[in-house]
Ligand binder design. Structure first.
Ligand code: DC
Length: 237
């Protein structure tokens, strides 16, 4: 017999290392179950792009005080692309979805994401986006700091080499230049900064399910995630 009961709306937090397929998994799930998908990393990337555009980097050094003075000028939001049905990142009214994915931003985003006042602002925004539930959010601290009460938490991991190869393939497919060695170095460096930063470091929440997808296909991991969702939302197979 078919159930007419609406499944309960939940919050799904997907955390894990850089480039291990969090967003692929999160987007697909959100699409299948009609939830909103939010890429929290895109928000840190947008602030980094702002810093680059306003010359707040001197080489690798960030002018932190200057950024703090300008925080109120930085507005990050999302707009749904009707063609893809997916949200794209808006920085001060401009769609920056493409610009935030390049190497210049990737190389510096961990520096920006380690700053306490940046995190406070973006975490508050993320929490506001999740107030109504029915959301899938991916990042590094979603299950620990943003939504510690999320009903479903996943911690995703894969070997650095597998992740670098996937990132290179993704960039190549978009016509961007990518060197495997450079990307691998960037992946390892970001892991280190993300795990050792003082504010909300990357770590698995005690109640997060661990998934190593190094040897899984995208279809297998989507199926696994759907199963977890059904279980937690109380939907019978
Ligand atoms: O997932 P990504 O590669 O787009 O993330 C970009 C950077 O932002 C990454 O270095 C970690 C950081 N980040 C974070 O600190 N907290 C989040 N919730 C999401 C991303």
């Amino acid at each position: 017999m078919k159930e007419n009961i609406e499944p309960r709306k939940i919050v799904i937090a997907i955390d894990g290392y850089a480039s291990c397929g969090k967003s692929t998994m999160a987007k697909e799930l959100a699409r299948n179950i009609g939830y909103i998908y939010i890429d929290s990393g895109a928000m840190y990337r947008a602030v980094t792009l702002y810093c680059l555009r306003h010359n707040l980097f001197e080489g690798e050094r960030l002018l932190v005080d200057e950024l703090q003075r300008r925080m109120d000028e930085i507005e990050v939001s999302f707009a749904l692309n009707p063609a893809t049905g997916r949200p794209e990142t808006i920085l001060n009214g401009e769609n920056v979805e493409q610009d935030i994915r390049g190497m210049a931003v990737s190389q510096r985003v961990s520096i920006v994401a380690a700053i306490g006042f940046v995190r406070r602002k973006l975490v508050a925004l993320q929490q506001a986006l999740g107030r109504e539930k029915g959301i899938v959010m991916d990042g590094r601290d979603i299950g620990t700091a943003v939504f510690p009460d999320a009903e479903l938490k996943i911690f995703l991991t894969a070997s650095p080499e597998v992740r670098a190869r996937r990132r290179v393939d993704e960039m190549t497919a978009k016509g961007q230049d990518a060197s495997y060695e450079e990307v691998l170095h960037n992946v390892k460096e970001r892991d280190h900064i993300d795990e050792t930063r003082a504010v909300d470091p990357l770590r698995r929440a005690d109640d997060a399910l661990l998934l190593d997808n190094s040897a899984m296909t995208i279809a297998e991991q989507n199926e696994w995630l759907m199963k977890q969702y059904r279980r937690v939302a109380g939907i019978r197979e």
